[in-house]
Design a protein around this ligand. Sequence first.
Ligand SMILES: Cc1cc2nc3c(=O)[nH]c(=O)nc-3n(C[C@H](O)[C@H](O)[C@H](O)COP(=O)(O)OP(=O)(O)OC[C@H]3O[C@@H](n4cnc5c(N)ncnc54)[C@H](O)[C@@H]3O)c2cc1C
Length: 332
Amino acid sequence: MPIIVAVVSLQPILNRMKISDHIKQAKGTLISFEILPPLKGKGIAAIYNHLDPLMEFKPAYINVTYHRSEHIFKKRADGSFEKVVIRKRPGTEAICASIMNRYNVDTVPHLICGGFSVQDTEDALLTLSYLGIDNVLVLRGDAAKNETSFEPEPGGHKYAIDLLKQVINLNNGIYLEEELKGTSCTKFCAGVAGYPEKHFEAPNMNTDLAYLKAKVDAGAEYIITQMFFDNQKYFDFVKRCRDLGITIPIIPGLKPITTKKQLTVIPRTFYVDIPNELANEIIKCKTDEEVAGVGTEWLIAQSKELKKFGVPVLHYYTLGKPSVICNVVKAL
Ligand SMILES: Cc1cc2nc3c(=O)[nH]c(=O)nc-3n(C[C@H](O)[C@H](O)[C@H](O)COP(=O)(O)OP(=O)(O)OC[C@H]3O[C@@H](n4cnc5c(N)ncnc54)[C@H](O)[C@@H]3O)c2cc1C
């Protein structure tokens, strides 16, 4: 009698895919979510509580942001100050691996120039590759909290394109140490950021787009946009990119407004406009609960129009508001 041996896998079988392949194989508009690592002390459960309700919408992948360390000055008992380095939201790479394990979904860690030497970057890329994570969103990162402008780490990259070139080099087996050339190649699919309302440091839109085109020419496979609240800004941006010969997918980044305070915080932090009609509706609200209602309806309308336009993915910045995002995605 033949003996039948059942092979039981201890891990869920994950069919890992590049974001570019997710998009190529999709039959319609995909959904993706972006989350932040929890504040130190909150534990990984905070991430699971945040994601559990969102997973019913079967996101194609989940992005996890990266947060560099910052310097703070702590007052000593004698009145003098001590400079202390703290990192409030560590663990991006490990969180990506945990999410993959728990939900069987692809993850995209954000990788930044700030705080990394090129050696740190190479090690981080190899760690991701060993974890089976083959997607990265390549960014410069913002200035550290106590700096007025972005300062690269000594021996680190100044612009996202320089970091991107290192990622592509490693994909081609080019390591920092010449003698390792060709030993093994990574296979990262790299995305980059784009700004429908211009990056705040760029002197004008044309210059900013020229640098975006350079990132595409260097090997970026898709673009995720900064948030915007007026779809026309996205449509115009896509048109300008296409006119320049940028043919890769341009994924809209979307965020709900849920508090009155955000009317001033969002433009100040992200350099984007809030359309008059939306601002007026929010100003009329008496509570933040009412604001969340207005913000949800606005985002539903935005999402429906973008879907009709044929965007590859609707990418939601979930930022501690999973219930709002659930209501938006349910309505699509
Ligand atoms: C989708 C998305 C996700 C993000 N996630 C994170 C995150 O997880 N962590 C984080 O810290 N920040 C994050 N950010 C913020 C981002 O790091 C900042 O917006 C940063 O200021 C710029 O990053 P970049 O990758 O667009 O930079 P770059 O592409 O390097 O551009 C920065 C500026 O320099 C200009 N420029 C580009 N190349 C050159 C060049 N060769 N010479 C001269 N000028 C040049 C550009 O026009 C632009 O003004 C995110 C932004 C977006 C849109």
